[in-house]
Design a protein. Structure first.
Length: 216
């Protein structure tokens, strides 16, 4: 059986001519989990952006369900394929939180009852503050922006969920709830890829690719 998410010989580059990561290959099965772990500057986010097509790469292939991801930017990929929450620019600052949620639901073809069930999870309780979703996301705290970006990634109904430093800015009390959400998604067959510089998320059964200082 083919892996759900597969990367073959990816060679993402920083500023077009600097190869920080070379010949990156890995696969994640349905319900599986993989962690990119390493210090800042080691190339793990560059690798993530490379497989999303957000940074140039000179060679390699990215497949979801054995189908090439293609040249489209990740945010234009149709429902049921990718959900992404990036560390940098996690939200659109001029859109309200509610507009983010509605857009994610449209892209993920999510029904109202499913949206309510997801947003009612304990992890997203900070987003349920009175009037918070009516405000522009640019006014949110770092933790609130992180939660909103994770919620929107999940609401896209992805087959593969990619999270870049998902614990950054989050209250420590929310980390077990984030783990609970990831396990819930994995139980439905979602593949999970997490980028982190600290071992903050002890995801059960996750494989780990370590990125040394200076990349490789």
């Amino acid at each position: 059986m083919a892996a759900l998410l597969e990367v073959k010989g990816l060679d993402p580059r920083y500023q077009r001519d600097v190869a920080i990561v070379s010949r990156l290959s890995f696969s994640v099965d349905a319900g599986g989990a993989l962690i990119f772990r390493g210090p800042n500057g080691s190339g793990k986010t560059t690798a993530l952006l490379g497989l999303l097509g957000a940074t140039p790469f000179s060679s390699g292939e990215v497949l979801i369900d054995a189908r090439p991801l293609g040249p489209l930017p990740w945010h234009r990929i149709g429902p049921g394929r990718l959900g992404v929450a990036l560390q940098r620019e996690p939200v659109f600052p001029d859109l309200t939180g509610q507009q983010h949620v509605e857009l994610a639901c449209q892209l993920g073809a999510v029904r109202p009852v499913a949206r309510r069930d997801m947003m009612d999870l304990p992890l997203f309780e900070p987003l349920r503050k009175p009037t918070l979703l009516e405000r522009r996301a640019g006014s949110y705290s770092g933790g609130e922006q992180r939660l909103l970006s994770i919620a929107c990634a999940v609401l896209r109904s992805p087959r593969a969920l990619l999270l870049d430093e998902p614990t950054a800015g989050l209250q420590p009390t929310l980390l077990p709830l984030l783990l609970e959400l990831l396990e819930r998604l994995r139980s439905t067959g979602v593949a999970v890829l997490v980028v982190e510089h600290l071992a903050a998320l002890p995801i059960p059964g996750a494989a780990v690719i370590r990125f040394p200082v200076g990349g490789e």
